[in-house]
Design a protein around this ligand. Sequence first.
Ligand code: PLP
Length: 377
Amino acid sequence: MKVTRRATELRARGVDVVDFGAGEPDFSSPAVAVEAARRALADGFTKYTPSSGIPKLREALAERYHRDYGSPWQGGDVLVSVGGKAALFELALALCDEGGEVVLPSPCWVSFPEQIRLAGAEPVLVPTAPEDGFRIHAEPLIEALSDRTRAVLVNSPSNPSGGMIEAADLRRLVAACAERGVLVIADETYERFVYEGAHASVATLASEFPETVVLVGSFSKTYAMTGWRLGYAFGPRSVLGPVADIQSHVTSNPTSFAMMGALAALREAEPDVVRMIAAYRERREFLIPRLNEVPGFSCRPPSGAFYAFPHVAEAFEEGRRGSVAFAEALLEEAAVAVVPGAAFGADDHIRISFACSTETLEKGLARMSELLAGARA
Ligand code: PLP
């Protein structure tokens, strides 16, 4: 967000900034969602709703996960939240305490460690490796468990790395955690953005481990509905009960008419989703080989999500050593906004979002190449 703010400042001064910073789809929200929300507003659906969300949306979510993953969850087993971010924070508040720990793979999304710390616990970061495509393995996570572990938090596909966990690893992890009574929270925000292999969802394990798996999802990325602020969490009542209590005191409920839009998206926007995913796939195929031609960059194709996470340390030099200084140089000298890897715990990397047009990608690539080739000349 800091990068986006500075990029906005430069734009306001007339600089034509290429923005690879924001993790936000460039597509419009599906027309069916917009129309349903408009209708809900016109019909006066503008009052408080039940705190955990409107029953129709909760039931439609449960049906969708049952259809796609065979999960046993009913409408009463899902809580709709003000973005996936709020569900994750409410979970952290419900589960964490002083001295507690949450185990998670690294690099990881910036908000995970902050939310865990805000809730009084400590994040325990377990590294994943670029040589391995940042794949998430069960064993190192299991080895990091202790009697202080309150939960394991797995984000697959991962923001920022695009790394994923395979089904066998997820099962091993969930089984090992269940033996110790530890919860596995799966943040499946990027569930639909998969280019290699298949998405492994904890929803497929919910029948077998009903008390120890939680799934967090979001309308933001899949449906290009970031500003609507709608996400959700499935899980056992022992966990969702306290989460719902917290939500009732913080946001009361997700926005009434936004939920009507989300319901329409869930029921009718699949063709939009398929079209958008095809575009992300094309952009990834365009971007990655060209990124490897930028002097000092090396990048493996991400398995999922919509970010490239190149290793850029070879391009560091005096005045721009480390990912923060490097990202500043790209912004100030090439008018390209990226997120420094340090934000995610990986200082030799930068994150480039390909949730933008191929023309934008081409322009940004040319600018970065020019700056870095010039530096080497
Ligand atoms: N989880 C991950 C890994 C994300 O990258 C994001 C957003 O960037 C979220 C959750 C939350 O998204 P939202 O609050 O928009 O649903």
